[in-house]
Design a binder for this molecule. Structure first.
Ligand code: AMP
Length: 187
């Protein structure tokens, strides 16, 4: 199965993506993780991406497209993938469709984790610094929410048009949300 989990920063797509990928026995791919890996490995792509990440900007589609192309065409992706928080632009969404079509596959379902913005801000402010992206200021959080509203909200419309979108209540306990996710993908 090819599943996409979308939601604003702090909505829990990472945790739910891990649970779902494990249940389905497929890979979970998050472009944020791939980018951090490339930055750490100091690849040319990573160094270019870092300039944008340091400025809290979206990384340009060109970089994201080459990252996901490698992943989506890999042998490991043949069983399916859970995509966590990407595509984040319509251009990325079109590229994913095209790459899957090349292997005669398609997106089965896109789940949008729905969490009120006030709760998102609270969740991120209270994140422990050892979570990697913890210790964020309210300003940084607002900046990320704005980028999400601007770039990613149109992606939701794209998948609604495709007829594969499900909106999942992203509030409650991890287990409650996982149960709703499970129902929405029918797995
Ligand atoms: P995240 O781990 O999802 O919080 O992503 C960390 C940073 O990586 C974001 O603030 C963006 O700068 C960048 N990023 C991750 N995924 C994407 C994507 N699909 N498109 C553009 N930028 C991305």
């Amino acid at each position: 199965m090819y599943i996409i989990l979308l939601g604003p920063p702090g909505s829990g797509t990472g945790t739910q993506g891990d649970i779902l990928a494990q249940r389905l026995g497929v890979l979970k791919i998050a472009t944020g993780d791939l980018l951090r890996g490339a930055v750490e490995a100091r690849t040319p792509l990573g160094l270019e991406a870092k300039r944008h990440m340091d400025r809290k900007e979206m990384v340009p589609d060109k970089i994201i497209l080459s990252l996901i192309k490698e992943q989506l065409t890999s042998e490991a992706a043949a069983q399916g993938i859970v995509m966590d928080s990407f595509p984040r632009t319509v251009r990325q969404a079109e590229a994913v469709n095209q790459l899957l079509a090349e292997r005669l596959e398609r997106i089965d379902r896109v789940l949008l984790l729905d969490v009120p913005e006030a709760e998102l801000t609270q969740r991120r402010l209270s994140r422990a610094p050892d979570e990697g992206r913890g210790g964020e200021t309210a300003e940084v959080i607002e900046q990320r929410l704005q980028a999400y509203r601007h770039s990613t909200a149109p992606v939701v419309g794209f998948y609604r048009e495709m007829g594969v979108l499900s909106i999942v209540d992203g509030t409650g306990t991890e287990e409650e949300i996982a149960e709703r996710v499970k129902e929405a993908v029918g797995a």
